[in-house]
Design a protein around this ligand. Structure first.
Ligand code: PLP
Length: 440
C-alpha cells in the first residue's frame, strides 16, 4: 500500500469536508508535512512510537504532540495517575483536590508567585492571563512579542496590518472574525529590541495593561534585555507576563525564567505540564491575580480532575529524574548528527534553535519541496520527520542511530535531486504548506 492510500488518507479526506480546516490545530494538518501522504491519524502512541490507522509504526522525530508529550507518549506514571483519577470519577459536583495540590506545587517551584488559576489549553490560559492583566490595571493595550494562541486579544494585532505578526513564529494569521474595535489594543515588538518596547511604552504607557512574551524561544536574550523589559513594565505600571506554554518544564522543572533572574508578575504553563492531558496554569502575584475575582473567569471543565492529576505526576517525574538534561542531550545528538550529515552529503541543511526545541531547514530556494521529500522518504523508513524535532524523555541514542541510518540512505537521492533540479517530481504528491496563508 502506498503512503497516499489507506484508512488515514481516506479519513482525512472525509475530515476536510466535515471539519473546517480538517483538524483542530494548524500544526497537525497533514499539509504541513506532506499533503496526501502524511499519516494523519494514530491508533496508538507509546514512548516515541506511533502506530497509524493502517498499523504502520513510526518513530516520532517531529514535535511529539506539538511539544506536549515531554516525557514521551503514555508515560506509565502519568497514565497511572490519570487512570486512578478516572476510575474514581474525574468529575463531580464537588471540586477535585488535585487543583489545590497542583497550585501548591507550582507556587513551590516559583516562590515569587502567590496564586494560581487553572485552564486546560495554552491559548486559553494566555487569554485568562491577558484578562487578569487588563482587569488588574483597568487598561486595554497589550505589548507583546512571539506567538500566544488563537484568541482575540492576540490576533487583534493583525487588524491594523497583515504584517504585524510577521517574525512572531506564525506570521500572516488572519484577524478574520476579530472585532475591529480591538484595533490598536495589541502592539507587537521584536524580541531582544528594547528600543521597540520603549517606543510603545513612551506612546501608550498610560494605557498599557501588560507586556506579554516568552522569556526565550529560539535565541538567548541579549544581556540586559529581560531586565529592561521588567524596568519598562514597572515604569508604566504594566504587568509582565511570561508565556511558558512551550518552554515550561522543557529546560528545567517549571519555567525557564528563573534561569534569567527576572521575575514576571504572571507566568503561564500548558503543553508539557500535563504530558498530553489538557491542563494549563496561570500563576502570579497576589495583588494582580486577585483581579480574577473582579472579572468573570469561570468554566465547567476547568474543574475536572484528570488534567491536574496528570500535571502532578508529570511534575513528580520532572523533579525526580533529569528529564530536561536528557532532552537536551538527545537534542544535542540530533543537532550534531544533522551538522555532520549536511557536510558528508553536501546538502544545505541548517540546524536551528535550542537542542530541546530543534528546527531544521534547507537553505535552498525550494526548501519546502526538499523538506517534503525528506518527510516522504523518512516515512518509508518508519520515521515521522519534518522541520522540527522536540525531543522527549523517551528518545534514546538508539533512536537517533535509526534516524541517522535512514537519513544516510535517502540523502544521496536528495543531493542528486538538488543537482538535477527535479525535487518536486520525486515527492509523489504536493509540496508541504509553509504557513497560515497557504491554507486559507
Ligand atoms: C508560546 C505559546 N503560547 C501559546 C500557545 C498556544 O497553546 P495552545 O496550542 O495549547 O492553545 C503556544 C502553542 O504553540 C505557544 O507556543
Amino acid at each position: 500500500m502506498s503512503l497516499s492510500e489507506g484508512r488515514s488518507q481516506q479519513l482525512y479526506r472525509e475530515a476536510k469536508s466535515i471539519i473546517p480546516g480538517g483538524t483542530q490545530l494548524l500544526s497537525k494538518r497533514p499539509e504541513m508535512f506532506a499533503p496526501d501522504q502524511w499519516p494523519a491519524y494514530f491508533q496508538r502512541a507509546a514512548g516515541c512510537e506511533v502506530t497509524d490507522l493502517d498499523g504502520r509504526e513510526y518513530l516520532d522525530f517531529t514535535h511529539n504532540g506539538v511539544g506536549s508529550c515531554l516525557l514521551g507518549y503514555a508515560h506509565p506514571q502519568v497514565v497511572n495517575a490519570v487512570v486512578n483519577r478516572v476510575q474514581n470519577g474525574s468529575m463531580s459536583s464537588l471540586n477535585s483536590p488535585e487543583e489545590v495540590w497542583l497550585s501548591r506545587e507550582l507556587i513551590a517551584l516559583h516562590p515569587w508567585a502567590d496564586q494560581v488559576r487553572l485552564g486546560r489549553c495554552g491559548g486559553e490560559a494566555m487569554a485568562i492571563a491577558a484578562r487578569i492583566a487588563r482587569a488588574s490595571t483597568g487598561r486595554d493595550v497589550i505589548a507583546f512579542c512571539g506567538y500566544h494562541g488563537w484568541s482575540d486579544w492576540y490576533l487583534a494585532a493583525n487588524l491594523n496590518t497583515d504584517k504585524a505578526l510577521d517574525g512572531h513564529l506564525l506570521p500572516g494569521l488572519s484577524p478574520s472574525g476579530i472585532p475591529r474595535g480591538l484595533q490598536g489594543t495589541a502592539l507587537p515588538f521584536v524580541y531582544n529590541s528594547t528600543e521597540e518596547l520603549r517606543a510603545i511604552v513612551e506612546q501608550h504607557g498610560k494605557n498599557l495593561a501588560a507586556v506579554i512574551m516568552e522569556p526565550t524561544r529560539n535565541m538567548q536574550p541579549k544581556p540586559g534585555f529581560l531586565e529592561s523589559v521588567r524596568e519598562l513594565s514597572d515604569s508604566c505600571g504594566a504587568c509582565l507576563v511570561f508565556d511558558e506554554v512551550t518552554t515550561g518544564f522543557r529546560f528545567r522543572p517549571g519555567g525557564i525564567h528563573p534561569e534569567y533572574g527576572v521575575e514576571p508578575d504572571i507566568a503561564v504553563f500548558a503543553k508539557a505540564l500535563g504530558n498530553g492531558h489538557p491542563i494549563a496554569a496561570v500563576i502570579g502575584k497576589a495583588r494582580i491575580m486577585e483581579a480574577a475575582q473582579r472579572s468573570f473567569i469561570s468554566s465547567t471543565y476547568w474543574t475536572e480532575g484528570v488534567g491536574p492529576a496528570a500535571a502532578l505526576a508529570t511534575i513528580e517525574v520532572c523533579r525526580t529524574q533529569d528529564v530536561a538534561g536528557h532532552v537536551r542531550r538527545i537534542g544535542e545528538q540530533f543537532q550534531a548528527m544533522w551538522r555532520q550529515l549536511a557536510v558528508e552529503f553536501e546538502v544545505p541543511v541548517q540546524v536551528g534553535g535550542y537542542p530541546a526545541l530543534t528546527t531544521i531547514s534547507f537553505q535552498h530556494p525550494q526548501s519546502a519541496a526538499l523538506l517534503t521529500l525528506l518527510t516522504v522518504r523518512m516515512l518509508a523508513h518508519g520515521i515521522l520527520a519534518g522541520g522540527g524535532f522536540y525531543p522527549t524523555f523517551a528518545h534514546q541514542s538508539e533512536h537517533i542511530a535509526r534516524y541517522r541510518s535512514a537519513a544516510e540512505a535517502i540523502l544521496p537521492e536528495i543531493g542528486a535531486a538538488i543537482q538535477m533540479n527535479n525535487i518536486e517530481s520525486l515527492i509523489g504528491g504536493p509540496v508541504r504548506h509553509t504557513g497560515f496563508a497557504r491554507l486559507t
